[in-house]
Design a protein. Structure first.
Length: 477
């Protein structure tokens, strides 16, 4: 193994800020049951890092010395997944607490040409488990028995210094799993950390290895760069370390040709980050924001070529997004949404009163189009009067279709539906009334108004296939 044997640092309860009140109650339940059954049980990985930084963790992972079958025996709601290395998924409703037995990197005999084979994991000690992780700040443990933080990899010091450092030689670690390079960029941008010198050098040396990584994993990581309101710094690092040029050369070339750091592309990503609905935005909207400046450039080219200056925008959008479909196998629904958003933009140029606004409200991507148009206008410092009119009309329409209020016993409140003074009577029973469809909205949204059809999975926009059909839809949308 290439790791030096060094001692762990233990930070006692009174010397760190992790409180059990900030840990998910179901994760605590799993930790306690493992500990009370005589096993070591630690909170591990990103959750410890985020809790120490005072951030809300996205998920809570657990490490233990209990073997997968022993974990299964303790929890009826446990499912074992994975073939080579079995992980326990302990399920609480829609929540999954991932619980894994401590494991280690394969040792030198198992490696080929100095590159470790990560698939061949075997059980190990907590120290070995910490050292197989990617970055020091991701290698910390929180012990439920003593409430102490255990650090085998120097993560506590790096957290204080806000440095992202690879565990072990980054040249080896990045070659063994090139997706770690994308994770490095993601964490540095999201946490506002600096990459240490070794990581920066390794990134510049091995960036092209990203092309050897599995496409669905890469696609997933690309879309993760958009999260946590940090897409602008994340894509800047992505571009700076040439990963963007490897994966999305058309975007890299555009940035280089339009001023690098000063490229107009950054303002669209900054506006996306500043959007109050950022967490609810779909990958269709994100894709449209990233490719919008390229779309504008292509549009100008096509318009100058066309004798009447009139160009089919849907065609231009398809042309611009074609390389993305090819390289990352992005799900078709995401691409079609992004194409539709660029195409329908012109509808917002007129007041909804003038342009048969009610029909447009029922476009399956209307809600996303509204969000996208607001992001574009904010980036360009445009006038938001018309977009506010559209928003008001949409809100009104959604309110009109809201389900009737429910009584405490869960039954619909009949009285609430009775006509009030001055309101028209309902049509008599038996007479058929044409039902109006509800405006579509994004089902991934936390917005209570947004309980309608998922615009990304059922998108009737009439666009033809972009180039050869992507071989795989990987669910990274
Ligand atoms: P997030 O907040 O995005 O979930 P995270 O650090 O929890 O960040 P996960 O992808 O959930 O990231 O992974 C959980 C932990 O597993 C990481 O903190 C890290 O310790 C380890 N890990 C994940 N991916 C790798 C990898 N490619 N190589 C080594 N360790 C990894
Ligand atoms: Mg996580």
């Amino acid at each position: 193994m290439f790791f030096k044997r060094d001692k762990s640092v233990t930070r006692e309860r009174n010397a760190h800020c992790i409180s059990r009140s900030n840990i998910d109650p179901d994760a605590l339940r799993v930790l306690y049951r493992l500990a009370n059954s005589g096993y070591t049980a630690y909170l591990v990985g990103g959750s410890v890092r985020d809790l120490l930084l005072g951030r809300q963790p996205k998920d809570f992972d657990i490490g233990t010395d209990a073997r997968p079958n022993e974990i299964r025996r303790l929890f009826r709601n446990c499912f074992l997944i994975g073939r080579r290395f079995r992980l326990a998924h302990i399920v609480f409703g829609r929540k999954v607490i991932e619980t894994s037995t401590f494991r280690r990197q394969p040792d030198a005999r198992e490696s080929e040409n100095g590159i470790y084979q990560t698939e061949d994991n075997t059980f190990g000690t907590p120290e070995e488990d910490a050292k197989r992780r990617d970055f020091t700040v991701n290698g910390l443990f929180y012990d439920i028995k003593t409430f102490a933080v255990i650090d085998y990899v120097g993560g506590l010091k790096d957290l204080e210094k806000k440095v992202l450092r690879s565990i072990g030689d980054p040249c080896i670690r990045f070659r063994e799993d090139p997706v770690r390079m994308m994770r490095a960029v993601k964490f540095a941008a999201r946490l506002g950390f600096t990459l240490d010198r070794a990581c920066r050098k390794a990134l510049l040396k091995h960036h092209a290895d990203i092309l050897n990584a599995s496409i669905p994993r890469v696609c997933e990581e690309v879309y993760r760069l958009f999260t946590y309101n940090a897409s602008c710094p994340a894509f800047k690092l992505f571009w700076e370390f040439k990963l963007l040029g490897d994966l999305l050369p058309e975007v890299g070339t555009y940035i280089d040709a339009t001023g690098g750091e000063k490229s107009p592309l950054w303002k669209y990503l900054a506006s996306l980050d500043a959007d109050p609905q950022n967490a609810d935005l779909t990958n269709g909207v994100r894709t449209a924001c990233l490719y919008y400046p390229l779309f504008l450039e292509q549009l100008r080219k096509e318009e100058s070529r066309s004798p009447h200056g009139r160009v089919n925008k849907q065609h231009v959008a398809r042309l611009v997004l074609h390389p993305l479909a090819q390289s990352l196998h992005v799900p078709k629904a995401t691409l079609f949404t992004a194409i539709a958003l660029m195409d329908v933009q012109r509808r917002f140029a007129e007041s909804p009163q003038k342009s048969r606004g009610h029909r447009f409200l029922y476009h399956p991507a209307f809600r996303e189009a509204l969000a996208f148009q607001r992001i574009v206008l904010t980036a360009e410092g445009g006038d938001t009067t018309l977009i506010n009119e559209w928003q008001a009309l949409y809100d009104e329409e959604v309110a009109r279709h809201a389900p009737p209020p429910r009584r405490d016993d869960g039954q619909p409140d009949e009285e609430a539906n009775e006509p009030r003074d001055g309101e028209e009577d309902q049509p008599p029973r038996g007479r058929r009334r044409r039902r109006r469809r509800k405006p579509h909205s994004d089902s991934t949204s936390a917005d209570p108004k947004a309980q309608h059809r998922d615009a990304r999975t059922d998108n009737p926009v009439t666009v033809t296939e972009i180039g050869p059909e992507p071989v795989r839809t990987d669910g990274c949308d």
